[in-house]
Design a protein around this ligand. Structure first.
Ligand SMILES: [Zn+2]
Length: 161
């Protein structure tokens, strides 16, 4: 079976969404399940013949995107730019930034979720989508040690909701 891709932005960062209502319960008996794109947040249904999904386990947190609002510095080939982080997970982020980049480009960025701590450095992030000033990023490599601080920050923020 082909990996699922988002119908709007083409991302493969797609996750099973919870079923809502009787119709979706009935559809899931016929292997039609709801999904949500982690990059553009589009929700859609798709036939996944023969596949069963179990409820998300402890690993769910890793890709759960938390709404945030802080600034980031992006390092491009031609210099530094600023962007605003609007959601964040251990695996990626959505930024508001006007940058000369396209899907597939990679860049480095630093995240500064708090003033009291040194920034978190994402050494390699790949641009997954660019859409009207919004940038979907997938983190490929986070600097050693900073990945733990990122996880800790997300757990603290997530627990606060
Ligand atoms: Zn999408």
């Amino acid at each position: 079976m082909k990996p699922l891709r988002c119908r709007r932005c083409g991302s493969d960062q797609v996750r099973r969404a919870s079923r809502v209502g009787l119709l979706e319960r009935l559809l899931s008996a016929g292997y039609v399940y709801p999904f949500r794109c982690e990059v553009c947040h589009r929700r859609f249904r798709a036939l996944r013949w023969g596949e069963h999904y179990v409820r998300a386990g402890p690993d769910r947190r890793r890709h759960e995107r938390l709404p945030v609002d802080f600034w980031t510095t992006l390092f491009l080939k031609d210099g530094e730019r600023q962007g605003r982080v609007r959601d964040l997970s251990e695996g990626g982020a959505t930024l508001e930034a006007d940058l000369p980049v396209a899907a597939g480009d990679s860049l480095e960025l630093t995240l500064k979720p708090s003033d009291s701590e040194p920034p978190i450095t994402v050494e390699v992030a790949v641009v997954r989508s660019v859409q009207s000033g919004r940038l979907g990023l997938q983190f490929v490599r986070v600097k050693g040690g900073d990945d733990e601080r990122l996880g800790k920050f997300l757990r603290e923020q997530g627990g606060r909701r």
